[in-house]
Design a protein. Structure first.
Lengths: 336, 268
């Protein structure tokens, strides 16, 4: 079943053009000229029930704006979308019951109230039955280890604690769809890992559909089998994470270490590598190479290297996600 | 479909949460009480001096005026305006995004916050009334005026809530409503008749004042309390207040409809 659809979604913002010169502030106030910027420019997507999809893109690409339309906060300039069969901005209240939202940059909890009080208020708002509420709340407190700070006012919580509270608030009423807008931003390694584990768990046990924006590619590699890359409001890539690597970075990386007498042989290999191989880095006894599998197999390269130099160690790696994403972003940068 | 008889439990939950939030800042409330008492005392001293030995000015008796001014001041303490600050801040910081993902409408949330904050300061308000009798000049109205006053003040409360909610919604167009709010706060002190009774205003100004909602917040109930209006004449001010509630509700609905298309979430 398709949980989230978007067809040619467009959001343009307009603001008055700043007037320069004398009395610029006053003239800006009365100018009729408007500047139009298109944040989302024809995004279409389909997300099935139970999928966890990573929504990536550089800053200002239009990720958050898309999320804000799908959550019903913003009304699109044109285009259509449904979330669990509902047009978000037309029936905000019905949509709200189907979705959980976490904005990493701001909290939905009540700042001055203890966390527990915020959760209770959310339980009331979403008509969670008292027995169900207690059960869900207890489970979340245990899963997210929130016992120690339940009674603390939200404004006194650390970022990691606050984010756990926000995540609990978003899933308390068991929404079938979860929108996570940079849920791990600013968190330390342990806190990030805890968040990822929790999202994985909720997706597995409740079949929750998750749309996740992030700049942390470890989030993506850990959680998302599918990613969407967007820039300047347009979708650049939509497919399996593995496909992205095949398409944008099919090469493999080979690191080798030679014994002392192999230094000369290694230098020679690095200076004129065999066809399909390029040298990335080279030190006295270690070298790092890139292999293009279209030209030569990894096995053949290893065989040739070990025949020509006394190898003591070797490692074959896939290129890292962030390298690939960086390449895609930078390639776009040039066409701007 | 049957109309829901009881309000949604979210109302009460939000009102309670908002009341609790206000009570967190206890020292603020203590200063607030001190300020109110000082003001009530000054009203008595200053206006008694204005009257001097005369018993009435423009046919308004000395003690009627003092009662009017005192009850007006007390009303100003109680009447809501936090809602404009709350709405304005939420728009300015982008926090409004999190309000819009609730199954409970944004306007209702804001009204609940306003009700809650009044409830939160209620214990202190309970102290202001006796204080007003002690340091200020407060005399109880007749039973009929007393009942009419309670109704009128309830309506004034709603007029005030809706007026300031509408001002807050202005934030969707101008982002920072601080200036507008400050201007209107000052204007409302004057235009509501809280500082100078409308009886004393020149005709032209009085007409302007009567065309604005501010008098429905302070002047109308206070004139019932102080006995300037009595008998069947009381129905007039009550109707004016009801009319304002209808007009403001319509304006808010209209503005809210437009605001949603206008919305830009600040800070991403």
């Amino acid at each position: 079943m398709t949980m989230i659809t978007a067809d040619n979604l467009v959001k343009a913002f307009e603001r008055p053009v700043r007037v320069d010169g004398r009395f610029s502030a006053v003239r800006t106030l009365f100018t009729r000229q408007r500047q139009r910027s298109v944040a989302v420019d024809g995004v279409s997507l389909r997300i099935a029930e139970g999928e966890v999809v990573g929504y990536l893109g550089p800053n200002g690409a239009g990720k958050s704006t898309t999320i804000k339309m799908l959550t019903g906060i913003l009304v699109p300039t044109s285009g259509a979308a449904t979330v669990a069969g509902i047009v978000p901005w037309q029936d905000r209240s019905a949509n709200a019951r189907n979705i959980g939202v976490v904005f990493g940059q701001r909290s939905q909890l009540w700042w001055d109230l203890p966390l527990d009080e915020s959760l209770r208020l959310i339980g009331k708002m979403y008509d969670v039955e008292p027995a169900r509420f207690r059960q869900n709340r207890d489970l979340l407190v245990e899963l997210l280890q929130m016992e120690s700070f339940l009674a603390t006012p939200v404004r006194q919580l650390s970022l990691g604690q606050r984010m756990r509270g926000d995540l609990a608030a978003a899933v308390l009423y068991e929404p079938p769809v979860l929108f996570l807008d940079e849920p791990t931003v600013g968190l330390d390694v342990v806190a990030k890992e805890r968040m990822r584990g929790f999202i994985e768990e909720i997706n597995r046990t409740r079949k929750t559909t998750v749309l996740l924006t992030t700049h942390d590619l470890d989030d993506v590699e850990r959680l998302c089998r599918r990613i969407l890359i967007i820039d300047q409001g347009r979708v650049l890539f939509d497919g399996a994470t593995a496909d992205l690597k095949r398409r944008y970075a099919p090469h493999r990386l080979l690191d080798v270490t030679v014994s002392g007498e192999g230094a000369a042989a290694l230098r020679e290999l690095a200076q004129s590598p065999p066809p399909g191989v390029t040298t990335n880095a080279m030190d006295e006894l270690t070298g790092s190479f890139e292999i293009d599998p279209e030209v030569v197999t990894v096995a053949a390269v290893i065989a040739e290297f070990s025949a020509r130099a006394p190898l003591v160690d070797l490692a074959v790696r896939e290129p890292a996600m962030d390298g690939i994403i960086r390449e895609i972003y930078e390639a776009r940068e040039i066409t701007r | 479909m049957m109309a829901r008889v009881a309000p949604h439990p979210t109302w009460w939950a939000m009102i309670r949460a908002s009341a609790r939030k206000v009570q967190i800042y206890r020292t603020g409330m203590a200063f607030w009480l001190l300020r109110s008492m000082l003001e009530l005392f000054l009203i008595r001293v200053v206006w008694s001096a204005v009257y001097g030995d005369r018993e009435s000015v423009d046919l308004i008796a000395d003690d009627t005026l003092l009662v009017y001014l005192t009850i007006s001041a007390v009303q100003v303490y109680i009447l809501p305006n936090i809602i404009a600050v709350e709405v304005g801040e939420r728009i300015e910081t982008g926090q409004v995004a999190t309000d819009l993902i609730r199954p409970f409408s944004f306007l209702k949330q804001m009204i609940a916050i306003q009700f809650g904050s009044t409830l939160g300061i209620a214990p202190v308000l309970m102290l202001v009334i006796p204080a007003a009798m002690l340091v200020g000049s407060l005399e109880w109205p007749s039973a009929a005026n007393g009942v009419a006053y309670l109704v009128s003040f309830g309506l004034a409360y709603l007029v005030s809530t809706l007026t300031w909610l509408l001002v807050g919604l202005g934030g969707f167009w101008v982002i920072n409503i601080g200036g507008l709010r400050a201007l209107l706060s000052v204007a409302s002190g004057f235009l509501s008749g809280a500082l100078i009774p409308i009886w004393f205003m020149p005709d032209a100004l009085r007409i302007v004042v009567q065309l604005l909602p501010f008098q429905a917040m302070t002047f109308l109930p206070a004139s019932i309390f102080s006995g300037q209006v009595s008998g069947t004449a009381i129905i007039g001010p009550l109707l004016v207040q009801l009319a304002w509630i209808a007009i403001l509700s319509w304006l808010i609905g209209w503005a809210w409809g437009r605001a949603q298309r206008k919305l830009v979430i600040q800070g991403g």
